[in-house]
Design a protein around this ligand. Structure first.
Ligand SMILES: Cc1cc2nc3c(=O)[nH]c(=O)nc-3n(C[C@H](O)[C@H](O)[C@H](O)COP(=O)(O)OP(=O)(O)OC[C@H]3O[C@@H](n4cnc5c(N)ncnc54)[C@H](O)[C@@H]3O)c2cc1C
Length: 823
């Protein structure tokens, strides 16, 4: 029997005394703590419980374990013996055969694991890092410990979504049973609302629409549980003597530095795409962050102190730079931080309890706004971040409810069809509510997920209120009917493609290659795909467009896109990725499912109004002056193409899709005067304000129109024509009236003014017109809308033309087709 040495134990009083007690024999009550996507020590219930266990429950040795899971990551880089092969093989996705984890996330993960190991050392503990499959590794550890007369008291791990994760949990549980160790599966507490506080009787009762779920959780700011206290140095049980722990099994080798770890992880996947386009000169990643708890906490602090969190509402649809959204997703996905830590930090700002944020506007507002409840006085940007975090919760709950339906081509449609009547009840209550509540903005603003209530509530509502549940099955308004299941998705797999599929499977494979490389000829899509390739990140706005393009413009099996994202996203999360793809593909929880189609050209005009995003990531088009040419190079003149060296380029000669897009020079008006009335029905009389901020942001105040994306982004393309939106009451934000004078096509900011009268244009000269933002409390509602300016009179198409007038998509099917064999 090996003697249990105390020399390597933590030196705190507490651990020292425990270590001394067991100095002469192998530990008999070891805690194995398996860490997966909970790579943090703070606000982690398992570390907390291990550190604060009462005397009678204390463990005499602690074995924190992280396993690089060979079923999700290619671990062949850990093989250092010449000639040895990886017994697990290279994990590949099911539909397309892509790597499961690409270089960006592999690096981020390595950094996060290393950071945890360093933090544990600081706490006078440590981390055992292994490679393989979790059940195999645990089995080896247990049998090695048994050989040395050491005994496992318990095995802990956090419950995670995913069939592979669940299978691992089951395997470890049965191993525990075999060796008589206690098995404990902990609730995953990295979400905004704790699973035990959602009020759901069972997961089957999860509403099929986000808005309905959110409604049940309001007010959001009161829902998260408090953050757990930090772990004190030396408070964890004594770290097990490494000599008792089975070493890494052959042929893998665990490196002893962060650089080597990252190198081992990235090596097998770094050349996943041999013909990858060059990294564009001067392009900066929107996600330059390292993995790990330290970086996560720093990012959170920076977000608040820079003011980015408070302006989030207005900036979140940005495309370039680090500050347009939180960039917390990758940290959240790996559990480097919890959503409730994010909430707590924002709350400390709003309450004015953390002096680190004292110089930021809005500090302590919660305690200063007299006559307002906390919910009313909370910061608008932070309120929106809370909603986004709830979206994340919701996507995970959908995964819990839907299980492997998440990975099926027809998604949740079959299930929904079978449960249509029940769902109608849920939706009826939402639309009924929205009929009189204009502040349904939360529904839209994950962007990916503008929910049913963003749409044409009135028509749908009537139908949904029908008492005849059976009729619900065939209701068009519900978006659920058998014909949706019959959609003919195109496949790149000859075996799976339908007999007369057009384009053919080979052609689809080529289209996919171009889609992945970002050479389709659709600017916004290509820019996003290249940004993803190079950095592992792309914005939510871009993700929605990319997913919609693949699933709804090209009708290609959306899972190719989801798997590409799985490989490349630094923030990949099984629930968020697959549920969002389903949502956008129209087979998930978007009540307007198949009807919502993003027009990527119009989205370019709206969200990349200076074209800087597209020009940054697709340097080939940077010389094209006109915006519409940058968004679709084939629209450029012959001379322009020759001048920029683009003649003959595939993006020009053979774009994957052409969208005829005409930008009108004037806002659309109707004879009642004012385009706004043509756009919005409902209750535009309640005033909300949009206060602009800084250069390029519009100052608007007016009748409370919602900002552009909600009305127009989702305008369906029908027979090559973009149908105008059906607005609803109480839209946020404001549209500007036409500015006086011509701006000659410059792209400065405009002052929005919803009275439709001319107002002076302010051309700030930065070439960017971004949505205005602000916050109004008219009638107790938010007014954080668009504040878009109207187009300059006589301006050229280089100007940013606001969404107020619907850009027209002219054209017949043959201008709006997939170039497979049709061109
Ligand atoms: C097709 C598609 C695939 C996606 N795949 C993923 C994924 O694999 N992992 C992932 O974390 N997010 C995914 N999203 C959601 C969203 O795009 C990202 O969370 C967001 O862009 C990350 O940037 P951020 O942290 O700056 O987000 P912010 O805008 O700052 O939002 C704050 C946080 O809220 C959460 N969040 C925001 N939007 C969503 C959403 N729609 N669904 C779930 N959570 C959300 C994220 O945790 C995010 O960090 C996907 C969206 C789409 C449309």
């Amino acid at each position: 029997m090996l003697v249990y040495r105390t020399t390597t134990q933590p030196s705190s009083d507490r651990s020292h005394s425990r270590a001394t007690m067991t100095a002469s024999k192998a530990p008999q009550n070891i805690l194995i703590h398996i860490i997966r996507r909970d790579l943090r020590t703070s606000d982690n219930p398992l570390f907390h419980a291990a550190a604060t266990a009462p005397d009678e429950e204390k463990f005499d040795a602690y074995l924190p374990l992280y396993v690089f899971d060979a079923q999700q990551i290619d671990v062949s880089g850990f093989i250092q013996s010449a000639g040895a092969t990886n017994p697990y093989g290279s994990p590949r996705s099911q539909v397309a055969g892509y790597h499961r984890c690409g270089p960006h996330r592999a690096k981020f993960l390595g950094e996060a694991v290393w950071d945890l190991s360093e933090t544990l050392k600081e706490l006078k503990s440590g981390l055992f890092i292994r490679v393989g499959r979790i059940p195999d590794v645990v089995e080896t550890l247990v049998s090695e410990l048994a050989k040395k007369d050491a005994k496992i008291g318990a095995v802990w791990m956090t419950s995670h979504e995913g069939s592979e994760e669940k299978a691992d949990e089951k395997a470890v549980a049965s191993l525990c049973k075999k060796v008589g160790a206690k098995w404990k599966l902990w609730v995953d507490e990295k979400y905004f609302i704790d699973d035990r506080d959602t009020g759901l009787e069972s997961i089957d009762k999860l509403p099929g629409v986000f808005t309905e779920y959110k409604k049940k959780q309001l007010p959001l700011r009161e829902k998260p549980r408090p953050v757990l206290p930090p772990i004190e140095k030396g408070s964890l049980p004594p770290l097990i003597d490494a000599a008792l722990v089975a070493p890494q099994s052959f042929p893998f080798h665990i490196p002893d530095s962060l650089d080597r770890l990252v190198e081992f992880l990235v090596a097998p996947v770094k050349d996943f795409l041999p013909n990858k386009p060059e990294y564009p000169k001067g392009a900066e990643s929107a996600h330059p962050y390292q993995g790990g708890e330290h970086a996560a906490i720093q990012r959170l602090k920076d977000l608040i102190s820079s003011g980015a969190a408070t302006t989030y509402d207005a900036t979140r649809n940005g495309l370039l730079g680090t500050e347009f959204s939180t960039k917390l997703s990758a940290f959240l996905a790996q559990g480097c931080i919890t959503a409730r830590q994010v909430h707590a930090a924002m709350d400390s700002f709003e309450r004015g309890t953390d002096p680190a944020f004292k110089d930021v506007e809005g500090f302590g507002a919660l305690t200063k706004e007299e006559g307002m409840s906390e919910v009313e006085a909370q910061n608008t940007g932070m309120e929106s971040i809370r909603t986004e975090l709830l979206w994340r919760d919701y996507m995970r709950l959908c995964h819990q409810k839907d299980g492997n339906r998440l990975f099926q081509l027809t998604g949740t449609l079959r299930y929904k069809l079978d449960h249509a009547a029940d769902m109608m009840d849920g939706m009826a209550s939402i639309t009924a509510q929205n009929g009189h509540n204009s502040e349904n903005s939360d529904t839209g603003d994950n962007g990916a997920a503008s929910a049913a209530s963003d749409g044409d509530g009135s028509a749908q509502e009537k139908k949904l209120k029908s008492p005849d549940k059976e009729r619900a099955r065939s209701q068009q308004g519900s978006g659920i009917n058998e014909s949706l299941l019959a959609k003919e998705w195109k496949s790149a797999d000859k075996e799976k493609a339908l007999p007369r599929q057009s384009p053919t499977a080979e052609e689809v494979a080529k289209i996919l290659e171009r889609f992945n490389l970002g050479t389709t000829g659709m600017g916004l899509i290509d820019a996003s795909q290249r940004e993803l390739l190079h950095t592992g990140y792309t914005s939510n706005r871009a993700r929605q467009n990319v997913a919609s393009f693949l699933a709804k413009h090209l009708d290609i099996d959306w899972r190719y896109g989801a798997e590409w994202y799985e490989m490349l996203l630094v923030d990949y999360d099984v629930s968020s990725n697959w549920a969002n793809w389903q949502y956008v593909a129209g087979v998930g929880n978007d009540p307007r499912g198949h009807m919502r189609i993003f027009n990527p050209v119009k989205q370019g005009f709206e969200y990349d109004p200076s074209g800087s995003y597209v020009r940054t990531w697709i340097p080939e088009v940077s010389g094209l002056e006109k915006l519409e040419n940058a968004f679709q190079p084939w629209t450029a003149s012959k001379e322009e193409l020759e001048k920029t060296g683009l003649s003959g380029n595939d993006m020009v000669a053979n774009p994957v899709k052409r969208i005829q897009f005409v930008v009108e020079g004037k806002p659309r008006t109707n004879k009642n005067g004012g385009f706004r009335r043509a756009l919005a029905r409902g209750n535009p009389s309640k005033t909300s304000q949009a206060n602009g901020n800084g250069s390029g942001f519009g100052n608007g105040s007016g009748n409370g129109y919602r900002n552009s994306q909600d009305v127009r982004t989702d305008a369906p393309v029908v027979n090559g024509t973009t149908r105008g939106p059906r607005g609803r009451g109480g839209f946020r934000g404001s549209f500007g009236g036409p500015p006086r004078g011509s701006l000659g096509g410059s792209r400065g900011g405009f002052n929005g003014n919803t009275n439709g009268s001319p107002s002076p244009a302010s051309n700030q000269g930065n070439g960017i017109l971004a949505p205005g933002y602000g916050r109004g409390r008219g009638g107790g509602r938010r007014g954080g809308g668009g504040g878009y300016g109207a187009p300059p009179r006589g301006g050229s198409q280089n100007g940013y033309f606001p969404p107020a007038k619907m850009p027209r998509v002219n054209g017949s099917g043959n201008h709006d087709q997939v170039n497979g064999n049709q061109n």
